[in-house]
Write a protein that binds this ligand. Structure first.
Ligand code: AMP
Length: 443
């Protein structure tokens, strides 16, 4: 099937061609004509399937006729995080470059005044996180009675983040006669309930079975003691010659700690998590997209749904607490038909969570053994195919090596300037701050 078969106008087809897409993805094939025909949609699709364009394109088409009144947006898209909201806005900008539609982003961390000014001018497409939208509504700055199209994106994430009451409240403020599109990567019972309450005879589109991982991702796991994870991470990066990756940690303080450690070892690393100011989050994400940062250390909230063009690797430095977060984390790679790679580092504390991941991705996971200088602090889980890290000998008896010391986040930057060097370069001059514990990788 071609984009020309979907019922989109010439100006949109031109914008699609300029973006470089030649054929619609399966979800686009199914969803676009249904939305153009006015149907509600219940879409079960992972990120990476092209689901954003599946609603953005027909929305642009349908909204091209008509004009927005002040403070009365004509469409509303709810996103769980600011980053996702910004990403959807970028999609509108790309595909809508030949249209005259006004777009506003209502997300936390940005100026209320600017957002209000935009609303005053009349908005065709409003993309919002639930909290900020409710805030502006309660201040009387916005009316939702003109919304003709309503999109609830990443509904399962909204559920995890406790946004369902907000969504229910927002839905009650919308006109009864409207088109509603709901997308979710997974289909827990609560989301099913939400769909039956707010969707009118929806077309159900399922492009991948629930809670499975994309087949374009090579997934590997490694058992390693918690105290040796940072060294293991560096060793894998070096031996696999990994050019760039998102590295997920479960806790914000671990994100910051790992970022300092990686930077201390000369990697171009940056941190991204929900406690950072929005401007800092935008900056680090842009630097990663511009390849000024090669390793993005991130928490789940900050990185969900983020679309980095052709990202080759994802690391789970910690095993996520929810197996479904694993699906989302590794879904940052292997997107739009590219091959991706995902690693999980498993220490004893991660074992219980890892068992849950095995339930959804067991068959796809392959064990990698580190060399004998690493210790493992727990028993093996599954008899699996062994894939040695390149250049290392697998299956040797494990010894406990001296523990590495990561550069302390409290101390001044370490090693001395210039701190950032190409990862393949040998560090030059003495490395201050490690004493006799200089890791073998840096010798
Ligand atoms: P999404 O699932 O919306 O997060 O999209 C995942 C990625 O697929 C994004 O990088 C899109 O730019 C890309 N994409 C969307 N539609 C197509 C298409 N028809 N052909 C190729 N790539 C696409």
């Amino acid at each position: 099937m071609n984009f020309t078969d979907l019922g989109l106008s010439a100006s949109l087809l031109k914008a699609i061609e300029d973006v470089g897409y030649t054929t619609p993805t399966p979800i686009q094939e199914e969803v676009i004509p249904e939305v153009l025909n006015g149907h509600d949609i219940f879409g079960v699709a992972q990120t990476g399937t092209g689901k954003t364009a599946s609603f953005v394109l027909p929305m642009l088409e349908k909204l091209s006729k008509g004009r927005a009144k002040a403070r009365m947006p004509r469409s509303l898209i709810l996103e769980p995080t600011r980053e996702l909201a910004m990403q959807v806005a970028e999609n509108f900008e790309h595909y809508g470059k030949n249209s005259k539609l006004n777009l506003a982003l209502l997300i936390g961390g940005e100026s209320f005044v600017d957002q209000q000014k935009k609303l005053e001018r009349g908005v065709d497409v409003l993309i919002a996180t639930p909290g900020r939208l409710m805030d502006l509504f309660e201040r009387g700055k916005i009316l939702l009675t003109d919304v003709q199209m309503f999109v609830i994106d990443e509904a399962d994430r909204m559920l995890d983040m406790g946004f369902i009451p907000d969504i229910e409240k927002i839905s009650s403020l919308l006109p009864k006669k409207r088109q509603t599109l709901l997308f979710s990567a997974t289909m827990p019972a609560e989301i099913k309930k939400l769909s039956s309450k707010y969707l009118n005879n929806p077309k159900e589109v399922i492009v991948s079975p629930q809670s499975t991982t994309a087949s374009t991702i090579v997934q590997k796991f490694i058992h390693v003691a918690a105290s040796e994870k940072r060294r293991a991470l560096r060793q894998i990066i070096e031996s696999e010659k990994i050019p760039s990756a998102i590295i997920f940690c479960n806790r914000k303080k671990d994100v910051d700690f790992l970022e300092k450690s990686m930077t201390g070892y000369g990697y171009l690393a940056g941190a991204l998590h929900g406690d950072m100011a929005q401007s800092a989050r935008n900056q680090v994400l842009q630097a990663f997209k511009d390849e000024k940062i090669k390793f993005l250390i991130a928490s789940d909230v900050a990185a969900r749904g983020i679309d980095i063009d052709k990202l080759p690797y994802v690391f789970n430095f910690d095993v996520p607490l929810q197996a479904e977060d694993y699906v989302h984390r590794i879904g940052r790679t292997g997107r739009a038909g590219n091959i991706g790679h995902a690693f999980i580092l498993i220490s004893k504390a991660d074992e219980k969570n890892f068992q849950n991941i095995l339930k959804i991705a067991g068959g796809a996971l392959e064990e990698v053994k580190l060399d004998e200088s690493f210790s493992v602090d727990q028993a093996k889980t599954l008899p699996q195919k062994k894939a040695p890290v390149r250049g290392k000998s697998p299956g040797r008896p494990q010894k406990t090596p001296p523990q590495e010391k990561a550069p302390s986040p409290q101390r001044p930057p370490n090693p001395p300037q210039p701190r950032v060097q190409k990862q393949s370069e040998e560090p030059k001059g003495p490395i201050i701050g490690f004493g006799d514990d200089l890791p073998s990788f840096m010798r």
